[in-house]
Design a protein around this ligand. Sequence first.
Ligand code: KG4
Ligand code: ZN
Length: 342
Amino acid sequence: MYILGIETSCDETAASIIKTNQKTGKITVLSNIISSQIEIHKKYGGVVPEIAAREHVLNILPVIDESLKTAKIDHKKLDLIAVTKGPGLITSLITGMETVRTLSFAWEIPVLEINHVEGHIYSNFISPKTKIKFPAVIMTVSGGHTNLVVMNEDKKIKIVGETLDDAAGEAYDKGAKMMNLGYPGGPIISKMAEEFTGTSDIVLPRPMINSKNLDFSFSGLKTALLYQLQKDKSWKNRITEYCFVYQQAIIDILVSKTIKAAKKYGAKSVLLSGGVSANRELRGNLEKAVKDKLTGVNFLVPEMIYTTDNATMIATAAAFKIKNKKTVSFNKLKVDPSLQLK
Ligand code: KG4
Ligand code: ZN
């Protein structure tokens, strides 16, 4: 099967073409085109929905065109279009969905609607370096979502933990904003944290780290950072140190809850996904914890290019879901900005 994936839920306009072998399950990525709007939103300190939507309108057709050219195939070869239904910014989602509605009608190709968070989960299935054994515990950490799911052999998922307030990526972004570091905060804080080599006496809390459940909360940590900065007159001279301790607090919480979930559900694999999974320290800390605290459990992270928003993960989710999920006719396609994982 040849699948065209389309992703426009936030500020990345993305199209990808994958070839799947339904017998072996092998996925070959023929193109993965991403047009990022980060440079445009940077000056506003975050994504401006209206601007994002207008940029998607300008970019979507050239991006799809480039994905076909790079894949060296004609659209007539496509068997399926996979598009992000939600969750995300409504005006951003609509540009992708309306484009897909037109293409589906004109090219007579069926469409599968995909949940964006499920897309992130499937980013680990694109070219797995190690076998994914089930049950798998999957931690998705992005700018809009932070949750833990358990996936069984039949690929059914169950949410076992989620954030009660901010997402982990949001904690990075808001922390960076407080320290005037720019947007998006994750890569900036991560880079500055790497520059700090000493030991620190700054103490930040790890909210809910010892709670019995598998839920998260990051807003208290963000407020603790704010109070700490207000108290410390010389904080501007200690930015790398603040980045280091703030990042470590986020990572400690994420690692601890993931290990707890893996133990509770007898996971045979632990998978990390979402924009924050690009963080090298998090990848390293979780890999080490899986090795030290669990036995015989495989650890997987997506290739860097598939950590933040992309359309290959959407097409890949469709490749696995096509067996059990109905395609939607062009006139029934509909976005859902608050779509839940099921
Ligand atoms: O998955 P994604 O592209 O979009 C959403 O679905 O939200 O994730 C974007 C988030 C942002 O919050 C960004 O700061 C964070 O991922 N991020 C990182 C890193 N790269 C991106 N966070 C920590 N370390 C990174 N290296
Ligand atoms: Zn995302």
